[in-house]
Design a protein around this ligand. Structure first.
Ligand SMILES: Cc1cc2nc3c(=O)[nH]c(=O)nc-3n(C[C@H](O)[C@H](O)[C@H](O)COP(=O)(O)OP(=O)(O)OC[C@H]3O[C@@H](n4cnc5c(N)ncnc54)[C@H](O)[C@@H]3O)c2cc1C
Length: 661
């Protein structure tokens, strides 16, 4: 018989760890496995004893369910900090991995389930009302899949933390009755911290036997040799003579990032860590997985969706605590000691179970080293708001500002702001070429440089006077190249032909959305463009949107997105302010930053060094306006001449700096 043979499995279990084990036992307890076709896909289908499951719970709850038959040890007292506290009305329970495994296996044998010892690496897929799976080349159909496979997590960033809870324990027997069998020790910080947060657990099984375990919360895992040394010191300090019966070793992720797997659906239900049952700040998941299994099974019985109560404020506390443990691991001992010193263990357990009210949360948080948490909360807030601030590029902010000023009829203010921008940033960004073009920027070198600069400028003026069309095309070509190059270098996109395309897109967006003004200026430059050729009013918007979609699709980058948004806003302004906003607050800003990076100077130092050439450019502009008629066409021819040597020199600089990068 092939695996499929048109069987529709009622339940498929992908993985048979804690989450699915508890789900299976809960289904069994509710009588939902009888006469069901069950399939298990698990790479390690063996009785495992690789972990101990401990949890706190009300005894009545335990007695009323299948857990009661599995509990191996229970404690009514906890030794935490300096004190021994009663756990009433709770108990702390222990179930070994072996017991859970054995119970699960015996149910599967009884129900005659099919077992495939393999990994399943597919993603959820559905056909009508049923889930579809392909395993070992066979297509399977299932009414319900329980997916217990370890999840993957979203990418790391500064606000989210990836720590590990690593531990190493010995099950020991002592000749003498040294343990209080009714009291376990939780988080004993009397061990060396070693740059992490480390503590001991002691779980006595009776007066002679106990599991003694060292746990580390940290970015680095606890090495076995260090753990063994710590265990030896601890047992020696407590005058316990012992022999080692068994060892337990493990790692639990303490990640604050979101779990990145498909969310549960009616046919495909995540369980265990995959369903978010692992509390990242404690590493406990057993009780949560048990409660979740009950909710899901109730949902199956009632034919409704599994209900998962997500309390985001607890995820927030977890995130802050994990950040603190990562940034200041030495403070971990202080935080947990205060937690258990100022609050009863019962209240702490309720808080960790995420069942406390907001008032109770605040009382607990107040009892902790408050400054530490306020500091962490502020850092978190700054980081989160900086994510929003990153979108506020100078061009986007100025586009919005100028748009608003225009709407208020404040155009003189607009021209004032832009004029100031030109003097402070627009002209100076192009007045620093001598710093990188000349090894010795003085004397004859400088004279030769100025003459070369004027010569190249004169060349462009010559081209314009011989052929206005030729001058224009040349001007547009090197402007496109230069604008694209400056943006790409600033955004670290690397050198590519796409930079030219981007420069063309930006120029096309600004000019294309102001066709009438552009044509007027071109005529002033003696370039006769038939107006009706360009008179399509929707051309600019079409260009910005379709080109924007192309570039956003290409890079999926916020810089591109904000530039496209800015272009849309700028299309509602007159041409000169629109161009000036881009030229000053994107192009010049990027060029200035690049030069600052290479010159390693402050803004003021750089500005002072640019001052002679800024003044020179202003003088030339004044002379040009005086001797030629002042039209925007004339201004752009002047800018074409002034910018050409700058474009040539900057292109050399960008090339050199990308080779060196
Ligand atoms: C040593 C140790 C002690 C712990 N003590 C406690 C404790 O006292 N209390 C507590 O609450 N928590 C404790 N934990 C944490 C708890 O055990 C885990 O959080 C819990 O086991 C996670 O359950 P899970 O169902 O998500 O995954 P697991 O129990 O790890 O099960 C995942 C299953 O998926 C299978 N699998 C993996 N890949 C695939 C694949 N591709 N296809 C099919 N199957 C796959 C695996 O073989 C495994 O059987 C402890 C953990 C360790 C390691």
């Amino acid at each position: 018989m092939t695996l499929s043979d048109s069987i529709i499995y009622d339940y498929v279990f992908l993985g048979l760890g804690c989450g699915n084990g508890l789900m299976l036992l809960q289904l069994e307890a509710e009588g939902l496995l009888t006469n069901k076709r069950i399939l298990v896909i698990e790479p390690e289908f063996i009785i495992k004893n690789d972990r101990t499951f401990c949890f706190w719970m009300e005894p009545e709850r335990v007695k009323s369910c299948f857990l009661s038959t599995m509990v191996e040890t229970q404690w009514s007292k906890v030794h935490v900090g300096e004190a021994v506290q009663s756990l009433d009305p709770l108990r702390y329970y222990r179930i070994s991995g072996r017991t859970l495994s054995e119970n699960v296996h015996s149910v599967l044998t009884r129900e005659n389930a099919r077992i495939i010892q393999a990994r399943y690496d597919g993603i959820p897929s559905k056909d009508g009302e049923n889930a579809q799976l392909t395993i070992l080349g066979e297509q399977l159909t299932a009414s319900l899949v329980f997916d217990n496979r370890p999840p993957s997590y979203a990418e790391s960033n500064a606000s989210e933390t990836r720590l590990f809870q690593s531990f190493y324990g010995w099950e020991i027997t002592s000749e003498h009755p040294v343990f209080d069998a009714d009291c376990f020790t939780m988080m004993d910080f009397n061990v060396q911290q070693e740059g992490a947060t480390q503590f001991m657990y002691v779980l006595p099984f009776d007066a002679h036997r106990a599991l003694v375990e060292i746990t580390r919360f940290g970015e680095a895992l606890l090495p076995s040799e260090r753990a063994e040394q710590a265990l030896i010191s601890y047992l020696t300090e407590h005058s316990i003579s012992y022999s080692i019966e068994d060892k337990e070793k493990g790692v639990i992720p303490m990640f604050s990032q979101a779990i990145s797997v498909n969310t549960s659906s009616n046919t495909w239900i995540n369980t265990g860590e995959r369903a978010g049952m692992l509390k990242p700040s404690t590493g406990y998941s057993f009780e949560r997985s048990f409660t979740y299994a009950k909710q899901v099974v109730q949902g199956i019985k009632a034919n409704s969706k599994p209900y998962l109560d997500k309390k985001t404020r607890f995820a927030y506390y977890d995130r802050l605590l994990l950040q603190l443990l990562r940034n200041q691991p030495a403070k971990g001992a202080l935080i947990f000691t205060q937690l258990f010193k100022q609050n009863s263990a019962i209240k702490v357990f309720k808080f960790l179970d995420e069942r406390s009210t907001l008032g109770e949360d605040l009382r607990i948080l107040k009892s902790l080293p408050f400054g530490l948490f306020v500091g962490a909360a502020v850092k978190d807030m700054v980081w989160r708001s900086s994510k929003v601030l990153q979108w506020l590029t100078p061009m986007l902010v100025l586009s919005c500002l100028v748009f608003l000023l225009q709407a208020q009829g404040q155009m003189s203010l607009v021209y004032g702001v832009l004029g100031l921008g030109m003097v402070v940033l627009g002209i100076p960004h192009g007045a620093l070429d001598h710093l990188h073009a000349l090894k010795k920027p003085w004397g004859w070198n400088m004279l030769g440089y100025v003459l070369m600069y004027l010569g190249l400028g004169a060349l462009i003026l010559g081209v314009f006077s011989l052929s206005p069309w030729g001058g224009l095309l040349l001007f547009l070509g090197y402007s496109m190249w230069h604008f694209g190059e400056a943006d790409f270098a600033h955004w670290r996109f690397g050198r590519s032909g796409m930079a030219l395309l981007w420069g063309g897109y930006i120029l096309g967006g600004i000019l294309g959305s102001h066709v009438h003004e552009t044509v007027t200026i071109l005529r002033e430059m003696r370039v006769n463009v038939p107006l009706d050729l360009l008179a399509n009013h929707t051309f600019g918007t079409w260009w910005i949107l379709s080109g924007g979609a192309f570039f956003i699709g290409w890079k999926r980058n916020r810089f591109i997105t904000t530039s496209v948004l800015s272009l849309l806003i700028l299309s509602a302004l007159p041409l000169i302010p629109a161009f000036a906003v881009f030229f000053i607050f994107q192009h010049s800003f990027h060029g200035w930053k690049k030069l600052k990076e290479l010159n390693s100077e402050s803004d003021v130092q750089q500005w002072i060094k640019a001052l002679p050439f800024t003044l020179g450019a202003c003088l030339l502009f004044g002379l040009n306006a005086y001797f030629e008629s002042f039209t925007w066409g004339q201004v752009f021819i002047f800018l074409a001449a002034l910018s050409f040597p700058h474009v040539v020199l900057m292109a050399t600089l960008y090339r050199k700096s990308s080779v060196g990068a």
